[in-house]
Design a protein around this ligand. Structure first.
Ligand code: ATP
Length: 253
């Protein structure tokens, strides 16, 4: 089972209310999209789910358990992985090493094990390397394993960042604007990829590109001025007058 529930989340920055009483839950093997016009509060909500921002009020509940002051370092232990808009790859590490870093909490014997050079540590390292290669292969970027991120085009780096999130075999993947900077064709491929990921993982997808969100999400929450103004299936949301009004005058991508 995998569920993330954000309940009645309110976040203020000084005098500005970025989120007001917003709730959503991502169920097992569900792709849940968060959309909304510029400044609606999408990134803020994503940051709450990642533990970058602690809400003024509201709860983060993972698999039925309330998480007090979620911190990004807690995510692997909760079966959660994320990709960020700024990909956060290490320039001086190979693609393969970057991906292996993502599995830190999953397969390594731990600091003590490495210190004592237990045989398990070497075995784990090999298994991890194989898994990292497998994930790169699944994402179609295995050919770049020995390259360094600065030498790669942005769409490839995005896939490497996704591989790094997936190598930890998360139950829930948090994706922040994964389609930004991609061509229409690459976006279609990303859509197929997200759908195939959902066979094993849940996905919380914060995304600007309406057509991608409509295509891949099971459920969508629409934010506007920090409030959840609509929630439902893509068909329900598409027809919702409040959503149409919120997007009026916005360039829908
Ligand atoms: N660290 C911060 N300090 C002050 N105000 C902030 C901060 N982060 C966000 N805001 C404000 O909170 C509101 C919501 O911003 P947020 O970035 O979450 O929206 P968004 O929906 O992700 O927008 P976009 O689509 O433009 O990225 C905006 O008015 C923004 O200016």
């Amino acid at each position: 089972m995998s569920e993330l529930r954000l309940s009645n989340i309110t976040v203020t920055f000084g005098g500005l209310t970025a989120l007001q009483d917003v709730s959503l839950s991502v169920g097992p093997q569900q792709v849940h999209g968060v959309i909304g016009p510029n400044g609606a509060g999408k990134t803020t909500l994503f940051n709450v789910a990642c533990g970058f921002i602690h809400p003024d009020s509201g709860e983060v509940v993972r698999n039925g358990q309330r998480i007090e002051r979620l911190h990004p370092r807690d995510l692997p232990g909760l079966g959660i992985a994320r990709t960020l808009q700024g990909l956060g790859l290490f320039d001086r590490m190979s693609v393969l090493d970057n991906v292996m870093v993502g599995a830190d909490h999953h397969a390594r014997s731990g600091f003590l094990g490495s210190l004592l050079a237990l045989p398990r540590a070497g075995r784990d390292e090999r298994a991890l390397r194989e898994r990292a290669r497998r994930v790169l292969d699944e994402l179609g970027v295995a050919a770049y394993a020995e390259r360094y991120p600065p030498s790669l085009p942005y769409p490839i780096r995005k896939r490497v960042a996704l591989a790094r999130a997936l190598v930890a075999e998360p139950d829930l993947l948090l994706l922040d604007e994964p389609a930004s900077g991609l061509s229409a064709g690459e976006m279609d491929e990303l859509g197929d990829l997200i759908r195939s990921l959902a066979e094993t993982t849940s996905v919380l997808l914060v995304e600007h590109h309406m057509d991608l969100v409509m295509r891949v999400c099971d459920e969508i929450t629409v934010l506007d001025f920090g409030r959840a103004i609509a929630h439902g299936t893509p068909d329900e949301v598409r027809e919702d007058p409040a959503v149409l009004a919120a997007y009026l005058g916005e360039e829908v991508q």
